[in-house]
Design a protein. Structure first.
Length: 572
């Protein structure tokens, strides 16, 4: 067969193949969208100004953007006069357990959160039987009986249970340390460090996003920098990130930043600093210097970024006020020390002395960072007998119990077996504003998903649990104009997606997963307060997770379309 005839036959075959495929393609193009959002102002997440277009969604993904209002759709959302934006990414949530209690996570979806990153030092896995026994109180509080040991097994449990939003998790260095060393103030041998590295590698293959630390909370402070570099290096092999609640957010914050930067540089891993702050009145006004230190690290080539929840009070375990040496061996040992008059007197001396504790270790002495006991508000308790003190200030409780505030704190921890959580008013608004406007700062909720109803509704959380993202849109965009709306949406979506290497989320673009929010920027408002935190934010008209509405017309649908988002090292 000569060349011309061969070309002719090839052309015939090609035309035939196209003829067979063309009807299927046309059918796909003409098929109804699952969801069609029409007449909206699209803020695509990149920081660009809004543009007018419709968004067509099919099989969970955005498949078309343009003038589509003439097309058929199973569900049509009229976004006339509303913003259409990517779903918000919470760079630090705490919903590992509460998502199993209330999988719809209303406190999150009414903020527009469609994805949560979690695992702050402690992660849902790995855990062993000793850890499960030591943490029994927390599991019993939420009426959960863990049936998992690895992070991968936890992910499977979550998927089977159903979830209202997407969730990704780091593997916590504290969890890895406890698996091998327990709660004691000890250093790993070479063999033990190898065990810890193997646990990090296993978690990365299970889908962890990287390694995390929470270095103010025992037993994490016992870890030396070399240990953290070794474990972060293991996570780096799988494309992970190093995220940290740093060793200090107060007097020694510069040194803590330097440690995080060193870990990033020597482990060859990106660094994310959680809930950036200048803690304690003595440190108010230092945020510009903190920013300059991080900018210098970035200029030197270390990938460092941070996030903030933009309130002037933080929220943590009340036991964080107790010096690290008193935690040696775990909560049971700490409670025993609080009960012993001589040891409690030693703890009191440390609380009243800034700088190093009586073990000679530098520590973030939160007692020194507050103006007085009135700056501590009791949040969540586990002992039902203590429910009357939820929402009250420590000075008020101490006066009622006829104790001084330090003794009242110790007594609360004893009665609650160390489980109490508190809000601490220790930051300055000017520092919050400086942190928020940095181009490399995204947003974290730093709170578990919760609900005004049921078991979770009996708690008294920080108002950020319900209000962080709408509060930023109300206070810092609409009222104070510190941020533009496009830049705020960038901080909520494409920026954290890029940091977490979520390449198919965070932008309104064809091919992306359809995590989408529809809201009125003039009405979006937080309602939660420190006095009455269990109030859902308002203004989210529609929220879609993977193309499925979880809020429709301002009301929760009850759908559970969330997915576990696994990291780059995931091996099926």
């Amino acid at each position: 067969m000569n060349g011309s005839r061969r070309c002719m036959w090839l052309m015939v075959l090609l035309i035939g193949a196209l003829a067979l495929r063309l009807p299927a393609q046309l059918a796909q193009q003409d098929a109804p969208f699952d969801v069609l959002i029409v007449h909206g102002h699209i803020l695509d997440g990149t920081g660009s100004p809004w543009y007018a277009a419709d968004v067509g969604i099919r099989a969970g993904r955005i498949v078309a953007i343009g003038r589509l209002d003439g097309h058929a759709a199973t569900k049509r959302i009229d976004a006339n006069g509303l913003v259409v934006a990517p779903g918000f990414i919470d760079m630090l949530g705490q919903s590992e357990l509460t998502m199993l209690v209330e999988p719809r996570v209303p406190s999150k979806i009414f903020q527009g959160i469609t994805t949560e990153i979690t695992g702050e030092g402690d992660s849902a896995g790995p855990v062993n039987d000793a850890m499960l026994a030591a943490d029994r109180g927390s599991y019993e509080h939420y009426k959960i009986m863990p049936g998992w040991h690895t992070l991968g097994e936890y992910f499977t449990t979550l998927e089977r249970h159903g979830m209202g939003i997407n969730l990704a998790s780091y593997v916590g260095e504290t969890s890895v340390r406890r698996m091998v060393l327990g709660d004691a103030d000890v250093q790993p041998t070479t063999a033990q460090l190898a065990q810890m590295k193997a646990l990090v590698a296993e978690a990365m293959k299970d889908g962890a996003m990287g390694l995390s630390t929470s270095l103010q909370y025992a037993p994490a402070p016992y870890a030396k920098t070399g240990e953290l570099i070794a474990l972060a290096s293991e996570a780096a092999k799988y494309g992970g990130i190093y995220a940290s609640h740093m060793r200090s957010e107060g007097d020694a914050e510069f040194e803590a930043i330097d440690e995080a930067v060193r870990i990033g540089r020597e482990a060859g891993i990106p660094v994310e600093i959680w809930h950036l702050k200048a803690a304690g009145k003595a440190n108010w006004g230092r945020m510009p210097q903190i920013v300059a230190r991080i900018d210098a690290a970035r200029k030197a080539g270390v990938e460092v970024s941070a996030n903030t929840y933009a309130y002037t009070a933080w929220f943590n375990g009340f036991s964080a006020f107790i010096p690290p040496w008193a935690h040696d061996g775990g909560d049971e040992k700490m409670i025993g020390r609080l009960k012993d008059p001589a040891t409690r007197a030693k703890i009191r001396r440390d609380l009243l002395t800034s700088g190093k504790d009586s073990a000679g270790e530098q520590w973030d002495n939160e007692w020194q960072e507050i103006p007085g006991a009135e700056a501590i508000l009791i949040g969540v308790v586990h002992n039902p007998a203590l429910l009357p003190i939820q929402g009250k200030r420590l000075d008020e409780i101490a006066a009622g119990w006829k104790m001084d505030p330090i003794d009242a704190m110790c007594e609360i921890l004893i009665r609650d077996n160390g489980a109490t959580e508190v809000a601490v008013f220790g930051m300055d608004e000017a520092d919050v504003r400086v942190a928020l406007e940095q181009p490399w700062v995204s947003i974290d909720n730093d709170s578990e998903g919760t609900s005004p109803e049921g078991l979770l509704g009996t708690e008294h959380p920080h108002p950020r649990a319900y209000g962080t993202f709408p509060r930023i849109l109300r206070k810092y965009v609409r009222e104070e104009k510190l941020l533009t709306l496009p830049d705020a949406i960038r901080k909520f979506s494409s920026m954290p997606a890029a940091k977490m290497r979520l390449t198919d989320r965070g932008v309104i673009k064809a091919g992306m997963w359809a995590d989408v929010v529809v809201f009125d920027p003039e009405k979006i408002t937080d309602r939660a307060t420190f006095e009455n935190p269990n109030q859902l934010s308002v203004g989210m008209e529609d929220v879609l997770v993977n193309g499925v509405p979880v809020i429709e017309g301002g009301k929760m649908t009850g759908a559970l379309p969330g997915k576990v988002l696994r990291g780059p090292g995931y091996s099926k």
